[in-house]
Design a protein around this ligand. Structure first.
Ligand SMILES: [Zn+2]
Length: 453
């Protein structure tokens, strides 16, 4: 069984129950699982592979709880730059209608590489349109090649314009096609066991693009399989709230509850517009939330009541959201945005660096229903990142507080990332990935989809 030793880290952030931080710390990994954590002097002296942690801060890998990887192809499109959500979607649907399996694979490599380099070790993705020959399989292949822990969700849209929905009919699918493909990907890729690298969720897109029947049938299908989760966009904008009140006679969260879409196996993206009673229902039902601060700012959607939700015991994680409303997949940058935005809402004491780190690690793990990631303690999966404190942006900060530096200074890239005991970022690079060639291939597809050559 292969072993890995990380030693001499300037500081090791465990995120254990007492939030212990260990100076001159390290950890010992066997077969992808953390066996020991502590001061370097108390760890074994040898291993199959030894990482030198001098000048490094080491922490659990960050968890991303909402994304649309394919949207890396449509970042910063001029027609969408100043749009609100519905106008943004209407400008993008026709471009996304040009997606192919190749486009999904290449964009997933780009988005996942960006996530890896920014400290993410576990991510979900929400792929909800399947034009041409597109499949979920393409992004699973990309994630498997890069070695990131992956929770793909098989998304869907069934309510086209001709039936009162927002998307054009040509990008929606019929319910039987959707449900049979959901069943197929569950059987092919879902692994409920501990330390699994792949788990599947089902994710009808939003109240304005999916029928109530499909919501109900998706929930029934997911709940016939152990550990298959449910995910959708809820309470993102006031337009959506208005849509729900007019069409269903209630606000979005009440609509979800009516459909059976609450519980510990469910998490929503956004929840910007929730009142006190709705937050209490999320807590009572165990329903989780993916907080997407940059996307909410970019689209002018509002400020999610993250601290109010956390105070009530709602599971809240952090998310970069789709790359076309961010327009980035940098998860450490997103943590900084979350901290800053909660302070716009509630003042300088609204959220601390430590609470923001909780959101990005343990919070995300809880949202994805995982008890084997999010902290560096024996028995957890060996998912950790290391950042070099001896770099320009941390000068004058890391000497005072290395962890504070990570969240308050300009977001940096990781030096190393280890996932399931395997080194996936080394010296700030992803081994074996030809980045210039990948970017060129991605840009060619992006140009073609937007109508260029
Ligand atoms: Zn989204």
């Amino acid at each position: 069984m292969p072993t890995l030793l990380l030693r001499d880290a300037k500081i090791l952030v465990t995120q254990d129950e007492t939030r212990r931080r260990i100076p001159d710390g390290g950890l010992f990994v066997r077969n992808g699982v953390i066996e020991q954590v502590g001061p370097t002097s108390e760890l074994p002296e040898t291993a199959d592979r030894i990482l030198d942690g001098r000048d490094m801060v080491v922490l659990p890998g960050l968890v991303n709880t909402h994304h649309h990887l394919y949207q890396t192809l449509t970042r910063a499109l001029p027609a969408t730059q100043d749009a609100t959500l519905f106008a943004w979607l209407q400008a993008l649907y026709p471009v996304w209608g040009e997606l192919t399996d190749e486009a999904i694979y290449v964009s997933a490599l780009i988005g996942l590489a960006e996530l890896l380099l920014s400290g993410c070790t576990t991510t979900t993705d929400h792929l909800y349109l399947f034009p041409n020959d597109s499949t979920l399989d393409a992004e699973v292949r990309a994630a498997t090649e890069l070695g990131i822990r992956f929770h793909p969700t098989r998304g869907s849209m069934s309510l086209g314009q001709s039936r009162g929905g927002l998307p054009p009919d040509r990008v929606v699918q019929d319910e039987e096609t959707i449900l049979s493909d959901c069943e197929r990907v569950i059987h092919r890729y879902h692994h409920p066991e501990r330390y699994a690298m792949l788990r599947v969720g089902l994710a009808p897109c939003s109240p304005f693009s999916v029928t109530p029947t499909l919501m109900r049938r998706s929930a029934e299908l997911a709940r016939r399989h152990v550990g298959v989760t449910l995910h959708t966009h809820v309470a993102e904008t006031l337009d959506e709230e208005q849509f729900c009140i007019e069409k269903f006679g209630c606000r979005p969260i009440a609509y979800m509850e009516d459909l059976g879409w609450v519980g510990p196996d469910v998490w929503y993206a956004h929840v910007v517009h929730a009142n006190g009673a709705e937050i209490r229902r999320l807590a009572e039902t165990g329903t989780g939330v993916a907080h997407c601060p940059t996307s909410n700012m970019r689209l002018g959607s509002g400020i999610a009541p993250v601290q109010a939700m956390r105070a009530q015991g709602v599971r809240v994680g952090l998310a970069v959201d789709g790359s076309a409303s961010n327009d980035s997949s940098h998860l450490l940058a997103e943590a900084r945005q979350a901290l800053l935005l909660q302070r716009v809402l509630g003042g300088a004491h609204a959220i601390s660096v430590a609470e923001t780190l909780d959101l990005a690690t343990l919070g995300g793990a809880a949202v994805l229903g995982r008890d084997d990631i999010g902290a560096l303690v024996p028995g957890q999966a060996a998912d950790f990142i290391a950042l070099d404190l001896n770099q320009l942006g941390y000068a004058g900060a890391a000497v005072h507080d290395p962890v504070g530096a990570l969240l308050l200074c300009a977001p940096a890239s990781v030096a190393w990332s280890v996932i399931n005991g395997r080194i996936v970022v080394e010296g700030g690079q992803i081994p074996g990935l030809d980045m210039p060639a990948l970017i060129a291939r991605h840009n060619a597809i992006a140009r073609q989809m937007a109508g260029g050559n």
